[in-house]
Design a protein around this ligand. Sequence first.
Ligand code: SAH
Ligand code: SF4
Length: 364
Amino acid sequence: MRVNLLNLDRSGLADFLTGIGEKPFRAGPLLRWMHLFGERDFSRMTDLSKALREKLPELAEIRPPELVSEEVSDDGTRKWLLEVGGGNRIETVFIPEDDRGTLCVSSQVGCTLACTFCSTGRQGFNRNLTSAEIVGQLWWANRALGRNPRGERIISNVVLMGMGEPLLNLDSVLPALRVMLDDFGYGLSRRRVTLSTSGLVPQLERLREACPVALAVSLHAPNDALRDRIVPINRKYPLAELLEACRRYIASAPRDYVTFEYVMLRGVNDTAAHARELLDLVRDVPCKFNLIPFNPFPDAGYERSTPTDIARFRDILAQAGLVVTVRKTRGDDISAACGQLAGEVVDRTRRSERLAAMSERGGG
Ligand code: SAH
Ligand code: SF4
C-alpha cells in the first residue's frame, strides 16, 4: 500500500525518505509542495530531483479526505463536508472575522464522551481520524480560501473545536499540530492554534510535554455536582484535578492563560449564583472566559440562556476583573455553529440507539 504523506510531519517525512534511500532534508520541500501549495501531483514538484519525482508515485500518495460539499453562509461562514469512508462524514468550518480567519477542525468521527448538550456527543462514536484526515481539513480549506491581496493566508487561526475530543486522539493530533506549526506547512504560531478539551488530565500533561499550543477547556459548570451531570468525564477527572492540570499547562504554554469555555444553558448553569461560584473556583488560575450561547439541535432538551441572563453572567465575571467574551453565533443558517456539527457518524457505541429509545435522535 502506498504511504499517504499527509499523515506525516517533517520528522515522519524525513524517516520515510531515509527509508526509500533518499536524503531526509527533502522533507522540507515536500511539505511545502503538499501544504503551502496544496499540490498532489508529484510530477509538478519541480525542485525535487527527477529520480525522486518518478519514484514517489509508486510508493506514496497525497490523499486528503474526499470533498462532498461546500456551503457558504450569509455571514461568510463556510462549511466543508468531507467523506472519510465507511459512510462517515466530518465537517470543517471557516469563520471570517475582521482581524482573523479561524478554521474549526474535527479530530474524531463522533465522540465517546457524551456531554449532554452536544450534538456530536449524541451521535455516538465511530473512530479516530488519522493525521491526514485532520490536516486534510486544513488542506481543503486552505486550497479553497488561498491568500488575501496582501499575500497573507486567509486562515490565520486553527481551533480544534469541531467534532470529537482531540485529547483522546493524540497519536494523530500531534503530527497534525506539527504540520500546522511548520513553516513549510501552514506556518501558524503556537498561539494561533487552540486545542479545546473537555478536560482529560493525563492527556493534557502529554500535550504539554509534546506540543504545547493554546488551550481552551470546556468548563461549563462551577461545581462537580453539576459538571458530573453535563460533562460526564468530570466523574473521572473532577474540577480540582482539572484546574491543577491547567495551572501546570500554563507554565509551558504559548499563552499565559487558559480560555474557559462555558456554554450558556437556560436555567441550568446561568444564574448569578453560578457566576459567583465560578469566580471562587477559578481564583488561582490565570484565565479568560468565552461564554457560548447554547446552540440548539433537535431534541436537545436544553434552551439557550436569555440575552439578559448572559449579560448578567458576563458582568459578574467582568466586574471581578476577568476578561470575558460572548461568542457570536455564526453560521446558524448552515448548521455550522458550535456543537451543531453533526457530520454523519456510523455509531459503533450504540449510544444513539440507546438514546433514541428515550427520544428522537438529535442531529445538526
Ligand atoms: N471535545 C472538545 C472540543 C469539541 S466541542 C471539547 O468538548 O472541548 C467545542 C466546544 O463546543 C466545547 O466547548 C463544547 O462544549 C461546545 N459545545 C458543544 N455542544 C454545544 C452546543 N450545542 N452549543 C454550544 N456549544 C457547544
Ligand atoms: Fe465530545 Fe466535546 Fe461534544 Fe463533549 S462537548 S461530547 S467532549 S465533542
